[in-house]
Design a protein around this ligand. Sequence first.
Ligand SMILES: Cc1ncc(COP(=O)(O)O)c(C=O)c1O
Length: 361
Amino acid sequence: MENLRKGFPVLEQYTYLNTAASGLLSEAVWEFRQNHDLDFLLGASVFKENQAKILTETRELLGETFGCPHAQVALVPNFSYGFNTLLEGLEKPQKALLLKNDYPSLNWAVESRNFEISYAEINESLEKNIAEAFEKRQPDFFAFSVVQYINGIKIDLEFLQNLKKEYPDTLFIADGTQFCGTEAFHFDKSAIDILICSTYKWLNAGYGNAFILFKKEMEEKIAPKAIGFGSLQGKYKAHEGNFIGKFEPGHQDTLNYGSLAEALKLIKKIGIAEISSRIEALSTKAKSEFTKMNLLEESVVNRAEHSSIFNIKGNDKLFEYLRSKQIIVSQRGEGIRVSFHYFNTEKELDFLLKELKKFGV
Ligand SMILES: Cc1ncc(COP(=O)(O)O)c(C=O)c1O
């Protein structure tokens, strides 16, 4: 365990329970970034001549990690850019289904365009609410976060499989930002048609990098408008009319996408099974202890499966108290959000619980 923590110096300073806000920079990614910019400093265009292979490697590693053909992986700077570009490629008006109070960059991007929108509530009966909304309005697309950013409620992926069978024509567009990197996930076998993910959180890749995975049929259903010289550059985009190039119109940044490749290599080295079992163990214990202390909302307590993000009852004073103990968390929604990644330990959870009790919650 200590070995897994060693590569993240920030863990020596803080009890860091805040991956849902920002992942960590590992030494491996930092070293790549140092070398990249030193080489750029000394080589300029001579250095850049060889950089296309970084983008290819990143795309291929993403395809391997998430079970998606390489030519259906687009590299974008963040979730919001990718999602807005995607929405411009959808004909309007269309019937959209969203989750009420889902992440703002997701809901606002749909609400600011000419779609007919309905909403399903995020609560204990999330899946039932979604099924009812489908029955009522048969949306053309359903856009949602796999894991909710405020309280960590995770949609049942098996339920999505069944729903997709019933409504094969509805596009399922998922935000994987609070999900990808926490457990094994095979995109091609999933019900999701398009998955977009910012990678600075659970993938620990730093900022300025994100990706989109597409099912092959999306090429017939979406007509993205963005285009530029970059649309036709690189191993998987050289041919005219290629689809992913429409999401990559300009010169791509090899520092940021290269960082993502390094972060993916680290995940591969540790193993996603190991990562997910560590997260699950922490999440199970945290949920049970927080429940005993009456710190969670009922809708979370009553769900069978949950992520490792929790929103515990607490005000500014508790937040400041935790901060004074070097426990790093976020204020979100009505309470305090804590989140556990594989590099966190039971000892850290116990320390949090002890400090919560000391504070008097
Ligand atoms: C569910 C979800 N999606 C997306 C993002 C971030 O999107 P972006 O990188 O475009 O700002 C966040 C950040 O908190 C998030 O929680």
